[in-house]
Design a protein around this ligand. Sequence first.
Ligand code: PHE
Length: 339
Amino acid sequence: MKNRIKDILQEIENLAAQNNEELEALRIKYLSKKGSVSELFNDFRNVANEEKREIGQLLNDLKNKAQDKINNLKESFSSQNDAVQKLDLTRSADPLKIGTRHPLSLTKNEIIDIFSRIGFTIAEGPEIEDDWHVFGALNFPPEHPARDMQDTFFIEQNPDILLRTHTSSVQSRIMANQKPPIRMLFPGRVYRNEAISYRAHCFFHQVEGLYIDKNVSFADLKQALMYFAKEMFGEHTQIRLRPSYFPFTEPSAEMDISCNICGGKGCPFCKHTGWVEILGCGMVDPNVLENCGIDSKVYSGYAFGMGVERITNLKYQVKDLRLFSENDVRFLKQFESAI
Ligand code: PHE
C-alpha cells in the first residue's frame, strides 16, 4: 500500500496538460469515484489496524496534493487565456531596434575620456565662423594659402564669414574670453573644399587640445601626447615628433605613432615605414597669446589637433573614409559591440 501511494504521488507531481480536456481526463483518472486515488481509499478497509493511522495520513496527503496539482494546472490555463485577451494587436510585430553609436562618436568619446583623466574639460565653438577666429588671431598672414578660396568654404559673398577649416578657431574664442590656466579640449566638425575620395572629404572631425599656464613647456606637451598614444593604441605604442610648421605654434611638430597594425615592423598600411602620422601640435605662438589678450611674458602653452577619422581608421582599420558619412547600416552595425 505504501509503495502504491508513493508511486501515485510521483505520477501526480509530474502531471502536465495542454488544455482543459486533457486536464479533465487527468481529474477522472485520479480523483473520480473510480480514479486511482479513490480506489486506494476503498482498499483502506483492508489495512491492518496498527497501520491505519499512518496510512490514513499518507492517503489524505495524497488526495490533497492531487487536488492542488489539478487546481494549479487549471489556473495556469486561465492566466494564459487572460494574456491572450490582453494582447495589443496594434503593436508592431518586431521589437524596435535601437541604434548603435557611430564609430566617429566612439573615437571622439574615447579621446575625451583619456584627456579628461588628466584634467581637460570640453568646449565647443560654432562651425560658421569669422575670419579673425579661424585665421587672423591664429597668426595667418593675410596672403596665407590656407585662406584661399580653394581650401575654405565661404558663406555667400561675405569673405569674412566662412566654414571653419579647423577646430583651432575654438582656441581663439576661448583664449579671448577666459583667463589662464586653460586646459581644454575642443571636439567638432570642420570643412575644407577638397575633392571627395577614399582619403579626403569636404568635411571631417577634429579634436583640439589647449593648455595655457605659467611655465608650460614642450616636455609637458610630449608627456601628454605620449600618455594619450599609449591609452588609445596600447602601452607598447611609441611616438615620434617631426618638426613641422603651423602659423599659430612655434615650434611646431607632427606626431607619428608606431604602426598599430604591424607593431612598427613595416606593412602596406604604414607604407613600410613602421610609423603613421596622427596629429599636429606645438607651443602656442606668443603672437597668438597677445592677439587674444594673454600676456606672453607670463604665460605659455601648448596646442594639438587631431583628425577623428584618421584615428578611427587606425583603430578599426577602415580604409575608405566615405563610409563614415554614407550611413550604411551594414557598416555601422559592425560597431555594435564597441559601445
Ligand atoms: N589646426 C591644425 C590642422 O588642422 C592642427 C593643429 C592644431 C596644429 C593645434 C597645431 C596645434 O591641421
